[in-house]
Design a protein. Structure first.
Length: 576
């Protein structure tokens, strides 16, 4: 994508694409199944009433159990809800274990172990989750307990999702896309640059001609992956229509707790309400850069220009994790159990929910300066959520509304731009802190619009896969950013299109969530967030999973429904 996904908003990049079951532990699963039947039957039935004739008694007991089950299963073949509940427990536990294998494998692959593949695990998961007998029992079970009903719905939805995303033909294409991204080097002049190096060049290099060359070079990955990404789009749509009667983008948006009309309406509001500020920004860019026309390769550079003279010195990457832990500790959080590595990645960075509440890892891309910290703190926000989420089953922990997770991640990232934080952690002077703050407001004005354009391009490509993705992408970006895209097929540089489809809108909605949470926490605790603010965030947000909808989260934690108002207010304040 333009310079852009070099940019602040994108990164977490890792979302789920699998789901488990019992294939790897057949014995364990049988035991759990049997246990659940026992648990469903009144204990008295198991008392053997004649110690001298154990065998006969056992037979009698089995008969009684059988009769009881026949009664409870009842007409219409519906299974005893408690039995289904026990089986659901067992399946969720196995699912958790398979997911852990999946995430550990993905983590190693991202770190460079290209001989590994997570496809066999995805296939196991698909096989298990597609078990029609269990799905049918689950579907027909009459469940009144509301939490159990939530889990029933989550599992059934997960099954559809897995049939789509873990389809063997699709996972083969996606794996190829990811492999190409991981090892890719961009040829700029006679140099071979990693994603992080291209990003750094676009942000910091004053040589405009070199930046143009680097920006054009980002389209090289489209040459390698573009056709495969289009193939993945077609496959996802076919699989979604077959399994859910919706095209993929709509099915997935629903799964994430959003309605397409609502999302597009928020996008419109943000674009319209920030249009005057954005036009003012473009004018200012032209003046300060001394150019008649702003080009795509000027954007990121403009935003880092203001901080260039102190950024490398004040934001060294060597003690990044130490500073991050200090930030977390100031809120009363402990990051010691979280493992973090810096590496050359094919995406912006990520947090891996290997076992929610127990084992969480972070990968940070080898970026530099403020952007390095921006992405690391964003990933840390995800990690804190995965570490603290405290709901009573795996699906409840794992299937939180995605925009909420993004918002919780972004709450950490935005602390980087607050003078109360960066004066202390990075020893910025008040003048430097205000330069960082002002530059960030302007940059966000651009990145939010850019991400909206990324997202709209993706929705259009799913609704009309025959269209050339480059022309869709460039038309929408030209409209939202006011720059000429020069017919360059740079769209494939965005790693989200291949491996994390229909995720981009969650960055924008997550930004709204983060600003609304920030506003509430400031109102309650003032701008110096300490342990009481940390406790509030933990109770209302970081510890929560799928029990609540987006609306439930926001009303519960901030007292009002989700609104773009706080984000727009922040962006408009760039004029001050
Ligand atoms: Zn994220």
């Amino acid at each position: 994508m333009m310079v852009s996904h070099a940019n602040a908003l994108k990164s977490c990049a890792v979302t789920k694409s699998v789901l488990p079951g019992c294939v790897r532990h057949p014995q364990k699963f049988m035991k759990e199944t049997v246990y659940s039947i026992e648990a469903a039957v009144p204990r008295a039935l198991f008392l053997i009433d004649d110690g001298r004739h154990a065998c006969a008694s056992m037979a009698r007991m089995m008969l009684r159990v059988g009769m009881l089950l026949a009664v409870l299963v009842g007409a219409g073949g519906q299974e005893l809800p408690a039995t289904v509940a026990g089986q659901l427990d067992g399946r969720e536990k196995q699912l958790e274990s398979l997911y852990a294998d999946y995430w550990r494998t993905e983590y190693k692959i991202a770190l460079g172990d290209h001989a590994l593949s997570s496809r066999p695990i995805q296939e196991q998961i698909r096989t298990v989750v597609s078990d029609e007998r269990f799905l049918s029992n689950l579907r027909n079970a009459k469940i009144s307990d509301s939490l159990l009903k939530t889990r029933q719905n989550l599992y059934l939805n997960e099954a559809v999702y897995t049939k789509i995303t873990n389809d063997p033909a699709l996972t083969a294409v996606v794996e190829q896309i990811t492999q190409n991204e991981n090892g890719f080097r961009f040829k700029v002049g006679d140099r071979q640059l990693s994603r992080a190096e291209v990003t750094d060049l676009l942000e910091h290099n004053p040589d405009r001609q070199l930046r143009e060359e680097a920006w054009r070079a980002t389209s090289q990955i489209t040459g390698v992956n573009g056709a495969r990404i289009q193939k993945a789009i077609q496959l996802r749509n076919q699989l979604a229509v077959k399994n859910s009667d919706e095209i993929f983008s709509i099915f997935l948006l629903h799964r994430k707790g959003l309605e397409v009309e609502q999302v597009f309406d928020w996008f419109d509001q943000i674009k319209e309400q920030t249009e005057p500020e954005y036009q003012r920004l473009l004018k200012r860019m032209r003046n300060e850069l001394g150019v008649a026309k702003i080009e795509p390769w000027d954007l990121d550079f403009f935003f880092s220009k203001a901080t260039n003279d102190f950024e490398a010195q004040k934001f060294p990457t060597d003690d990044g994790w130490k500073k991050t832990k200090e930030l977390a500790a100031s809120l009363g959080y402990d990051l010691d159990p979280v493992e973090m590595h810096v590496a050359d990645l094919g995406f912006g960075g990520a947090a891996y929910p290997i076992l929610y509440g127990k084992e969480v890892k972070i990968l940070a891309n080898r970026y530099s300066g403020i952007f390095f910290y921006d992405r690391l703190w964003h990933a840390t926000g995800h990690a804190l959520h995965y570490q603290m989420v405290n709901e009573p089953s795996f699906l409840l922990r794992a299937n939180y509304a995605e925009p909420m997770d993004e918002g919780m991640a972004q709450v950490m990232a935005l602390l980087l731009y607050r003078s109360e934080v960066n004066a202390k952690l990075f020893t910025l002077t008040p003048e430097q802190a205000s330069v960082v703050d002002a530059a960030y407001r302007l940059k966000l004005l651009y990145t939010v619009r850019n991400t909206i354009a990324d997202s709209l391009s993706e929705f259009e490509s799913y609704s009309d896969p025959e269209k050339d993705p480059a022309s869709v992408y460039n038309r929408i970006h030209a409209e939202y950013l006011g720059v000429d895209m020069h017919d360059a097929p740079v769209w494939g540089f965005n790693p989200m299109y291949g491996s994390d489809p229909i995720y981009l809108q969650s960055f924008v909605v997550g930004e709204m969530v983060a600003r609304q949470i920030e506003h509430k926490v400031d109102e309650k605790f003032g701008r110096n967030w300490g342990k009481p603010a940390g406790d509030y965030l933990r109770t209302n947000f970081y510890s929560r999973g799928a029990e609540q909808s987006v609306d439930g989260f926001m009303r519960g934690g901030t007292g009002e429904a989700l609104t773009p108002r706080y984000l727009v207010q922040f962006l408009e304040s760039s004029k001050n």
